[in-house]
Design a protein around this ligand. Structure first.
Ligand code: SF4
Ligand code: SF4
Length: 182
C-alpha cells in the first residue's frame, strides 16, 4: 500500500467516527439531487466495490464506503477525500447495484458539492486552469512544439479558450477554483 493510500485509509476508513462530525441532514440533501434519489436503498452488499475497475487497483477507493459515509452524514470526510476523485464514471456500479442505487451519480453529486465548498484536489485545479488558458487539459511545453516543427509534424490544432472562458464565466467556475475548503 502506498504512503498516499495509507493516509487516505487513515483519513476516511479507519478513523473513529465522532458523533460531532455527523450531519444527519446530509443524506436528505443528496436524495433531493438528480441521481441521488435511491441513496437510502443501499444495504451495503458491496457489489459496487467488487465490480469497480478502480477499486480493483486501489487499496483505498471503495464506492460502497463512500455511499455508507454519505448515508451516515460524514459530510466533511467524504467531501475532503481525494479518493472521491478516483471514480472513472464508468457506471459499472450503477448497472450492477441490486438496489438501483445510482452510485456513479451519487459520486458525481458529491464531487459537485466538494467543488462548491472549495475541496478541489490541486491536480484538477491545475487541469481546469490549463483548459481555461490554453484550451488544452495539459500545458504543452514550447520545447515540444519546437520538436514537432523540427520533425516536420504539422502544428497542433489551436484550442478555443475564448469559448471555454465564456462557459467558465457563466458557470462561475473561476471563482470556485479560487475557493479554498476550510
Ligand atoms: S451495490 Fe448498491 S446496495 Fe450494494 S453496496 Fe453498492 S450501492 Fe449499496
Ligand atoms: S462509476 Fe466510479 S465507482 Fe462506479 S464502477 Fe466506475 S469507477 Fe467505480
Amino acid at each position: 500500500m502506498s504512503e498516499q493510500e495509507k493516509t487516505e485509509q487513515e483519513k476516511i476508513g479507519k478513523k473513529i467516527i465522532q458523533a460531532s462530525e455527523l450531519d444527519p441532514k446530509f443524506k436528505y440533501e443528496i436524495i433531493q439531487m438528480h441521481g441521488g434519489e435511491k441513496l437510502l436503498m443501499c444495504f451495503q452488499c458491496g457489489t459496487c466495490t467488487s465490480d469497480c475497475p478502480v477499486a480493483r487497483f486501489s487499496d483505498s477507493y471503495r464506492p460502497r464506503q463512500i455511499i455508507r459515509m454519505t448515508q451516515l452524514g460524514l459530510k466533511e470526510r467524504v467531501l475532503k477525500s481525494n479518493t472521491l476523485w478516483l471514480c472513472a464514471a464508468c457506471f459499472t456500479c450503477t448497472d450492477r447495484c441490486p438496489q438501483g442505487v445510482k452510485v456513479a451519480d451519487v459520486i458525481r453529486t458529491l464531487k459537485n458539492i466538494a467543488v462548491e465548498e472549495g475541496y478541489i484536489p490541486p491536480v484538477f485545479k491545475e487541469l481546469a486552469s490549463s483548459i481555461l488558458d490554453t484550451g488544452y487539459a495539459y500545458r504543452i511545453p514550447e520545447l515540444r512544439l519546437k520538436k514537432r516543427e523540427q520533425l516536420g509534424l504539422p502544428p497542433l490544432p489551436r484550442g478555443n479558450p475564448e469559448s471555454l472562458a465564456k462557459l467558465f464565466r457563466e458557470m462561475e467556475l473561476k471563482k470556485l477554483l479560487e475557493k479554498e475548503g476550510e
